[in-house]
Write a protein that binds this ligand. Structure first.
Ligand code: HGY
Ligand code: MN
Ligand code: MN
Length: 436
């Protein structure tokens, strides 16, 4: 089938695609809104519609099915790999050449908008549609993809699908991960019908490029249209469990308490003190989840679970911060004899620099499109940081509204910003796909 396609293409094409390729911004916008309706919910707090489409849920399946249908309608040869990553291939004139890859993710956090990840997947499909519209071919094949469980909010490890595809995480480890209800990743993948047979290990593409919302305030503040992303900062996720002793809130003297809630509160404050101290450079620390048990007003908590998310561009600062947290956990045990402490590693990635030649291709595309840009490091994690381990990789950012807020229903980028980003993606993909 693939050979025929390239044969047909070779006979039909007038010429190679060039950097005059442009996407249909309305068609892109419509697909973003349509996918965003799957998993939509009304956020009472914000009085806004958000998106909750966590990986391998029924809504994720519906979103996947829609993306697969769009990929097939765009003439792509669609395959599902062992991690449920969805890959669509468009043949090039040289079917043997390593493809150019463009991808991202369509799973979301529980309080998401419609753009995080989805822009990059739907944008890549739109680039294929634009190439089809002009009947232009590229020298190299193009592979576009949606990676599984990029957010990591259901099974506890972010960039999971791309990490297995690039070889950093094993398939067995991924399959054995469980969600809060104890459901296994491998079983859930099977349940939604996306446990594919294609070998998950990616053959190294010629190059990889991903378009994504910035998820922060920098581009908008600078009044710029695009970001050429230079790399991603390091990420450390830990789950900390404190075990104390449940006791009566009124009758129990303070000196007899082993208060798991107090330990978690002290750790939360210590993290902010570390960030404010400046001793760890540009460290950012977040306690996103904290839950006490039994969670009753008149009972001293005997169990507290919390998560720590740390980010920094400097791997030495990260190592020092993790060590100092370890030492502080020992201190908390001394402060309350009998306190149990468990620290579980959920995710860990070092800072990743992106490839300068791919950055240059993106910058040239921005200039050709007349879009002013800046070089920017990513504050958020992305699939690109995993694929960077096996091929020259870089990213394109577009600005967001409302200080670029993300992982929140207020997440919003304008139709124009999305069109700019995906035009830059299109021009860059064509440049890279026509390289020898
Ligand atoms: O956590 C992150 O930075 C990404 O959204 N997965
Ligand atoms: Mn993302
Ligand atoms: Mn995200």
């Amino acid at each position: 089938m693939i050979q025929e396609t390239s044969q047909v293409m070779a006979e039909n094409i007038q010429q190679l695609a060039d950097s005059s390729v442009r996407i249909d911004g309305d068609r892109l916008w419509d697909s973003i809104l349509e996918l965003g309706r799957i998993g939509a919910y009304y956020d009472d707090h914000l009085k806004l519609e958000g998106v909750n489409r966590k990986s391998l849920t029924d809504d994720d399946k519906l979103g996947r099915d829609l993306v697969v249908s769009w990929m097939k309608a765009a003439g792509l040869d669609v395959q599902i790999d062992q991690m449920g990553n969805i890959l669509g291939r468009r043949e090039g004139l040289d079917a043997e050449a390593a493809p150019v890859m463009a991808a991202s993710h369509i799973d979301t956090v529980a309080t998401a908008g419609a753009f995080d990840g989805c822009l990059g997947v739907l944008g890549a499909i739109e680039v294929i549609r634009a190439l089809n519209d002009t009947k232009l071919a590229t020298r190299r094949p193009i592979v576009i993809a949606a990676f599984t469980e990029e957010e990591g909010v259901r099974f506890g490890t972010d960039m999971l699908g791309s990490a297995v595809a690039a070889g950093r995480v094993s398939l067995e480890h991924a399959y054995a991960l469980t969600d809060d209800a104890g459901l296994r990743f491998g079983d859930e993948l099977e349940r939604i019908g996306y446990k594919g047979t294609k070998d998950v290990r990616l053959d190294p593409p010629h190059a990889y490029v991903e378009c994504h919302i910035e998820q922060g305030p920098i581009l908008a503040k600078a009044g710029l249209k695009l970001g050429v992303v230079t790399g991603v900062q390091g990420i450390s996720w830990q789950k900390i469990t404190f075990r104390g002793r449940a006791a009566h809130a009124g009758a129990t003297p303070t000196e007899l308490r082993i208060d798991a809630g107090l330990a978690a509160a002290r750790l939360t404050c210590r993290l902010r003190e570390m960030v404010d101290s400046g001793r760890y450079g540009q460290l950012r620390a977040t306690v996103g989840h904290i839950a006490t048990s039994p969670g009753l007003p008149s009972v001293v908590p005997d169990l507290t679970e919390m998560t720590i998310d740390m980010r920094t561009p400097d791997d030495n600062h990260m190592a020092q911060a993790e060590k100092d947290i370890q030492d502080f956990l020992e201190e908390l045990k001394l402060q309350q004899p009998g306190l149990g402490v468990e620290a579980l590693r959920m995710a860990k990635t070092n800072q990743v620099p992106f490839d300068e030649s791919v950055q240059k291709a993106i910058a040239e595309s921005a200039e050709e499109l007349g879009l002013d840009y800046m070089y920017i490091r990513s504050g958020a994690g992305h699939d690109a940081q995993e694929i960077a381990a096996i091929t020259p990789t870089a990213m394109i950012f577009i600005p967001g509204e409302y200080d670029g807020i993300s992982h929140n229903p207020r997440e919003y980028s304008t139709p124009e910003a999305c069109t700019n980003g995906i035009n830059a993606l299109a021009v860059t993909m064509v440049k890279l796909a026509n390289e020898e």
